[in-house]
Design a protein around this ligand. Structure first.
Ligand SMILES: C[S@@+](CC[C@H](N)C(=O)[O-])C[C@H]1O[C@@H](n2cnc3c(N)ncnc32)[C@H](O)[C@@H]1O
Length: 345
């Protein structure tokens, strides 16, 4: 892509301009420092609003507890020093995991479909190792087989076709590169006990702002009850969650009441407002990894939330590169040519 005429710069950055794809002639605007590959937010407008209002709520610096950093490290298992890696993040939201990923020293290319990218830019945009782009996982403006790693947390279930979204991410990772993704867990128990799946069909989602205001009034109304039952064993966590209010007082014990209520409001809106909420069974999720030809697959329950399944894997090296055996070493082969094992002559 080439930069069109008369870009507006601020320092070394392009604030406004046009990117042109020379072969097709297609052009894409750069607005507020962010290249935009989608014309509007479409079904993700609720997330645009959510992360504009709650642009800092889940940042560790704001809550005072390393929830996001720990989840990033635990769910990716990539360690803390990733200098030299070029990592794709899909569905950044406010950018709390972008911030965690940047701390590893890697170069991060982060996309989101909604204007959440603007909230992310306000928090992380000045970082020299970050490229932020507004784009959809289904049509990413990047080369295939390019990134050394990719992660996608809290996103797949909110896309119209979670499996295809997953496959698109895999296609952009280079052979030998790693993938980490999660998805809401589908189970009979979860469907029966998770009130949101009963309430969601009744919700009018046509106007995210109106829905947010309603959710806020509801959380304001219920919050005194949450505080009242908080310390009752057995009931303290279960009752609020059945009433669609998540109380994080155990996860972030030092947080003050205002912070806990802010998290609860964000979560209740996050449960009810998404256009798509497509949980997957752990078995189906694992099958995607297998069908994508990934290796070192580890699909497991998330330690932070019972209702999430996490998976990590590595994209297989092309067969030709897997190894011509050194001299004196003979590989026996399957009929289709794959090496069966290696024996020393
Ligand atoms: C629940 S939020 C998670 C944000 C962030 N990963 C986190 O956990 O804090 C889901 C995000 O996925 C984004 N999203 C939904 N569909 C997408 C798509 N087709 N391509 C890229 N991002 C998408 C939404 O805009 C939203 O910001």
């Amino acid at each position: 892509m080439v930069l069109g005429d008369r870009p507006v710069r601020e320092g070394s950055r392009v604030k406004e301009g046009v990117l042109i794809e020379p072969q097709s002639g297609a052009s894409y605007v750069i607005k507020d420092f962010i290249p935009r590959f989608v014309a509007h937010e479409d079904y993700a407008a609720n997330f645009g609003l959510e992360w504009t209002i709650h642009s800092r709520t889940q940042y560790d610096e704001h809550s005072g507890f390393p929830v996001s950093q720990e989840r990033f490290e635990r769910d990716t298992r990539w360690g803390q020093d990733l200098r030299g890696e070029v990592i794709l993040e899909v569905g950044s939201g406010s950018g709390r995991f972008t911030s965690s990923a940047l701390k590893t020293g890697a170069t991060i290319v982060s996309i989101d479909y909604s204007r959440a990218v603007e909230a992310n830019y306000r928090s992380n945009g000045s970082h020299e190792n970050l490229l932020l782009v507004q784009a959809s996982v289904y049509e990413m403006p990047f080369r295939r087989n390019y990134f050394t790693k990719a992660f996608c947390l809290g996103v797949l279930q909110h896309t119209p076709d979670p499996r295809e979204a997953f496959m698109s991410i895999v296609r952009h990772v280079k052979p030998g590169g790693s993938i980490a993704a999660d998805v809401y867990t589908k189970s009979l128990r979860m469907w029966l006990l998770n009130t949101k799946y009963w309430v969601r069909p009744l919700i009018d989602r046509s106007d995210p702002r109106a829905l947010y205001d309603k959710v806020k009034r509801y959380v304001d109304l219920m919050w005194p009850l949450v505080r009242l039952v908080r310390n009752i064993p057995g009931l303290g966590v279960r009752l609020p969650s059945r009433l669609l209010i998540l109380d994080y007082s155990r996860l972030i014990p030092k947080a003050d009441d205002t912070t806990l209520k802010e998290w609860a409001l964000l979560d209740t809106f996050d449960m009810l407002s998404p256009t798509y909420d497509k949980p997957q069974t752990p078995k189906a999720f694992r099958r995607w990894f297998e069908e994508a030809g990934l290796t070192e697959i580890d699909v497991r329950a998330s330690r932070q939330s019972k209702s999430t399944t996490v998976g990590t894997a590595v994209r297989e090296q092309p067969r030709a590169a897997v190894g011509t055996p050194p001299e004196g070493v003979r590989a026996s082969k399957y009929p289709d040519g794959r090496p069966r094992d290696v024996s020393v002559a």
